[in-house]
Write a protein that binds this ligand. Structure first.
Ligand SMILES: *Cc1c(COP(=O)(O)O)cnc(C)c1O
Length: 378
């Protein structure tokens, strides 16, 4: 049986460092905002290449904290891809702003610059909402098209928030994901490219004022000390134990995991010859392969295929079976643009096992089984 992601293999590889790290926190008794948290923030900022990194309780809070710090609220429009994990839009709704769904590109699964500009124009023309923020999601590990997105943001005077929950570790021309926008967020949920052993998240920015404001917001709106509270905030912090777990995991991620998962992807791309579109990584882009997602040809019965693969010991997942606009809380949300690419994707995508610890033998099993069940006849 192949694992879709193998957190246990990773734990075995890093067991000594992780166990020692946890034991040190237990000995120190400093469970909240301990020194490992500061050290992790500094390592993360250095790797990503931003001036500041702030850890918090999870990736959803990270999005909310940035929106709150930007004073986004009622009557503000926030542009969100229609094909993403629910939390991207949920954070906007939690801040009482209006989500405007934008279609994605079939080739990259990421927000379509063309659809984005159409949505912005439609909102301006209607005149009911103030367009404020674009949230671009680096879906499945691949950075979005920031050259175009940032150009559009500048043209319409919008802020860009990079949701790098899945994109951590990707790059464009050597510049790392989570560094491309006014602010970026990531998640350390266990199955993400860089995961901890519970919930965790982080925010990245070069903006000193934003950094200071969010450091206050995430800690009950603290002022110059803990019991001087100058604004209404939240409690959203990363546990010291999670920081101690993330430190050796970050080192492994940077030293070899990101390269190793790319080797798996390269082998899939070279050897799969199937009735499906394989993921495309544009020139000068690197993916961190949070997922390896196929777009099955129209004639393939996805459920039947999943059943066959499962019987052969190959787990698959559907990210995502329902587009954002079709989720119950957003069904009545006004549609400003056509969302047909995301709707097509929700019916035809299939994600196959990928992680840095997937052996060549297991990769071959996935490749052989797919080539056998939905191969292209020659
Ligand atoms: C996982 C995820 C989030 C939320 O992160 P949590 O840490 O689970 O709150 C947000 N956006 C995307 C795209 C995600 O994949």
């Amino acid at each position: 049986m192949i694992n879709f992601r193998d957190l246990n293999a990773q734990y075995k590889a890093l067991k000594n460092e992780i166990d020692t790290g946890i034991a040190n926190v237990l000995e120190s008794g400093s469970f909240i905002e301990g020194k490992q948290v500061r050290e992790l923030e500094s390592e993360l900022a250095k790797y990503v290449g931003t001036k500041h990194c702030l850890t918090c309780a999870n990736g959803t809070d990270a999005l909310s904290l940035v929106l709150r710090a930007w004073n986004i609220g009622a009557n503000d429009a926030v542009f969100v891809p229609n094909f993403t994990f629910f939390a991207t839009a949920e954070a906007v709704s939690l801040e009482k702003a209006t989500v405007v769904f934008v279609d994605v590109e079939e080739s990259t699964f990421n927000i379509s610059p063309e659809s984005l500009e159409n949505a912005i124009k439609a909102v301006i023309e209607e005149g009911e909402l103030n367009p404020r923020v674009i949230i671009s999601v680096d879906l499945f590990g691949l950075p979005s098209n920031y050259k175009e997105i940032n150009k559009i943001a500048k043209k319409y005077n919008l802020l860009v928030l990079e949701d790098g929950a899945q994109g951590f570790g990707g790059d464009i021309n050597g510049e790392k994901a989570c560094s491309f926008a006014d602010a970026a967020t990531t998640s350390f949920f266990p199955a993400k490219p860089l995961g901890c052993y519970g919930d965790g998240g982080a925010i990245f920015t070069n903006d000193d004022n934003l950094n200071e404001l969010i450091r206050s917001l995430k800690f009950h709106g603290k002022g110059d000390h803990k019991y001087n509270n100058v604004r209404i905030g939240v409690n959203s912090r990363l546990d010291t134990i999670q920081a101690a777990i993330l430190l050796p995991k970050l080192k492994a991620f940077v030293d070899y995991e990101c390269d190793d998962v790319n080797k798996v992807a390269d082998r899939y791309l070279a050897k799969l010859n199937i009735q499906a579109k394989l993921p495309i990584v544009p020139a000068n882009f690197t993916s961190s392969w949070a997922q390896f997602t196929l777009i099955l040809d129209d004639n393939i019965d996805r459920t039947e295929l999943q059943g066959k693969l499962s019987k052969s010991g190959i787990p698959t997942m559907i990210y995502y079976p329902i587009t954002m606009h079709d989720q119950k809380p957003y069904k009545e949300t006004k549609k400003y643009v056509d969302l047909s690419v995301s709707e097509m994707l929700s019916k035809r995508v299939l994600s196959i096992p990928i992680h840095p610890y997937l052996s060549e033998a297991d990769q071959d099993m996935v490749i052989d089984e797919l080539n056998k069940t939905i191969g292209i006849e020659v």
